[in-house]
Design a protein around this ligand. Structure first.
Ligand code: AHM
Ligand code: MG
Length: 337
């Protein structure tokens, strides 16, 4: 008899569908089908990322996105891949992408009951040198009686029904939650399936690593300056300083934080009054995942998932990761208030 773990693979699709049936008894399979479209997008983007340098897909696309940032060819391609995969899933009513100024309302004939907010290729400054990048997504269900409006996505992150990210690095791992814990699935490129490799991810309650763009320290406020100083020069002589790690790709930095613990930060500062990261498709999905893994996600002053986004591209400062580490930074903000 062969080893069942080698012949009875738990794919993402199988796992999510089983989970829906167990928890909701009459699962329609709609969320599973939507996640199939997202998986297709991730596999397609992973394949393009792997061969980008070989097929001249690095560099700029000679266009800029809504934030006035230059778009890479891969940003544009990844966005098209996800918009097409989501639209044709017949499960989506509204899409919000980092790359599109306006929300996309799906035509009547393709419209479903979910709204997907996403950053198709995050960490784009790392594309051309082959450093890890990723996709981030969050999913809402349209409100009762709605056929899909902007108010269906301008909602606190606590109302999301699912969220996840996919890393494109030394391997592609899709980490997601449907609100009952967090699981990670690694892409087996030979069979083209995401296989359950990281069941029930739990963030350690305290870590030893901090991630922040230290180059912005001259712009930090007092709370931030004191907090990061405390990590590097602990008052207790028996305590070791934290290690610094910063990839500059949120997906990679958050993935490490999910697995090893510690804290990932993108604070507000005097240069970026609301921080840099976008609430809907960067902060909320990551905050949802982190909380589901037993961690904490905060703006410094309030729970990230309770924020009410004003526009689809609004930004927020964010601190997420090990519960006790995030509580420490919140204490510095409380003391400053
Ligand atoms: P992007 O969406 O344009 O790629 O920007 C988001 C990225 C995040 O992945 C990362 O955490 C952050 O920007 C890094 O910013 P900085 O270079 O200012 O440290
Ligand atoms: Mg981004």
């Amino acid at each position: 008899m062969s080893d069942p773990s080698k012949t009875n693979l738990i794919t993402l699709t199988r796992h999510v569908f089983q989970d829906q049936v167990e928890h909701y008894k009459e699962a329609s399979g709609d969320l599973t089908l939507l996640l199939t479209a997202i998986q297709l997008g991730c596999k397609f983007v992973a394949s393009n990322v792997r061969k980008a340098s070989l097929i001249s897909m690095t560099g700029l696309a000679n266009s800029s996105n809504v934030q006035g940032e230059e778009q890479k060819k891969l940003d544009v391609i990844a966005n098209e891949i996800f918009v097409n995969a989501l639209r044709s899933s017949n499960k989506v009513a509204v899409m919000v992408s980092e790359e599109d100024e306006e929300a996309i309302f799906v035509e009547d004939q393709y419209r479903g009951k979910y709204c997907v907010v996403f950053d198709p290729l995050d960490g784009s400054s790392n594309i051309d040198c082959g450093v890890s990048i990723g996709t981030i997504f969050g999913i809402y269900k349209v409100k009762d009686g709605s056929t899909g409006q902007i108010s269906d996505v301008l909602r606190p992150g606590s109302e999301m029904v699912a969220a996840g990210y996919c890393t494109y690095g030394s391997c592609s791992t899709l980490v997601m939650t449907t609100g009952k814990g967090v699981n990670g699935y690694t892409l087996d490129t030979e069979i083209g399936e995401f296989i359950l490799t990281h069941p029930d991810i739990q963030i350690p309650s305290r870590g030893k690593i901090y991630a922040v763009n230290e180059g912005n320290s001259k712009y930090w406020d007092g709370a931030c300056t004191k907090y990061f100083h405390s990590l590097k020069f602990p008052e207790d002589p028996k305590k070791s300083p934290y290690s610094a790690r910063y990839v500059g790709s949120m997906v990679a930095d958050v993935h490490r934080t999910m697995l090893y613990g510690g804290i990932f930060c993108y604070p507000a500062d005097s240069k970026s009054k609301n921080g840099k990261l976008r609430i809907l498709y960067e902060c909320f999905p990551m905050a949802f995942l982190v909380e589901q893994a037993g961690g904490r996600a905060s703006t410094g002053r309030m729970r990230m998932l309770d924020v009410q986004p004003e526009t689809i591209h609004s930004r927020s400062p964010i601190f997420l990761g090990s519960k006790e580490d995030v509580e420490d930074v919140e204490a510095y903000y409380k003391a400053q208030a």
